[in-house]
Design a protein around this ligand. Structure first.
Ligand SMILES: Cc1cc2nc3c(=O)[nH]c(=O)nc-3n(C[C@H](O)[C@H](O)[C@H](O)COP(=O)(O)O)c2cc1C
Length: 212
């Protein structure tokens, strides 16, 4: 196996910067604009974000989830509440997320507390999912050890044949990350990147610039 020379890999980032006036005063507005830019640029799964959680003693873990909605309260994703991330968020309800839009030389970091959305909101999203995925959510004990692929397929067939097929299990639903801080990173030439951070204050946002 030939290991690529990782130390020699480098890419020069674009000249389009992020200045304070373009960043504006409201990070939600900027985030929506950057998401729209990522969609317009044809980026694959522009709503994919790495979500970091931690146990109460501070052991971190991270995985990708899909951002499924954004509202004035925060960023919503859906998962199994009994999964590793679900348990960690029950015990320590804070998370950090990062979205990377490589083709635009952009990343956005979001940090804050996490809470379950209402069962009604979870139902609304769950019923919008294709039937096969709904059955998988019922059949798969996310993050638990299973014997083999055959066990998963057997569980799926059982769930599909059940009278409950397609209904949302209590263990599956949405979580909302309520941003206390956003950081917008725009790659610039010579690694002199732009980093604009917003931190929630009473009723507003404080904006500052961080060194790259
Ligand atoms: C592109 C992509 C999107 C994913 N979206 C989700 C998602 O929205 N919800 C989810 O629970 N897992 C999603 N996953 C799977 C998670 O990364 C992870 O494997 C799973 O949630 C179990 O994580 P945990 O054991 O840390 O709880 C996605 C994975 C990828 C690669």
């Amino acid at each position: 196996m030939v290991t690529p020379d990782l130390s020699a890999m480098r890419r020069e980032y674009g000249t389009t910067g992020l200045d304070e006036s373009a960043a504006g005063d409201n990070p939600f507005v900027l985030f929506e604009r950057w998401l729209a830019d990522a969609v317009a640029a044809g980026i694959t799964e522009p709503n994919a974000m790495a979500l970091a959680t931690a146990t109460p003693d501070g052991t971190p873990s991270v995985r990708i989830v899909l951002l499924k909605s954004l509202d004035a309260e925060g960023a919503v994703f859906h998962t199994n509440y009994e999964s590793r991330k679900g348990v960690e968020l029950t015990e320590n309800p804070r998370a950090a997320a990062v979205l990377l839009w490589h083709d635009l030389s952009r990343q956005v970091r979001i940090e804050g507390p996490v809470a379950r959305i209402s069962p009604e909101e979870s139902d609304a999203y769950f019923t919008s999912r294709p039937p096969g995925g709904r059955i998988s959510a019922q059949a798969s004990p996310q993050s638990q050890v299973v014997a083999d692929r055959a066990e998963l397929e057997r569980r799926w067939e059982e769930a599909a044949a059940s009278p409950e097929a397609g209904t949302r299990p209590d263990s599956w639903g949405g979580l909302r990350l309520a941003p206390e801080s956003f950081e917008f990173w725009q790659g610039r030439p010579n690694r002199l990147h732009d980093r604009i951070r917003f931190r929630a204050t009473d009723g507003g946002w404080e904006r500052d610039r961080l060194a790259p």
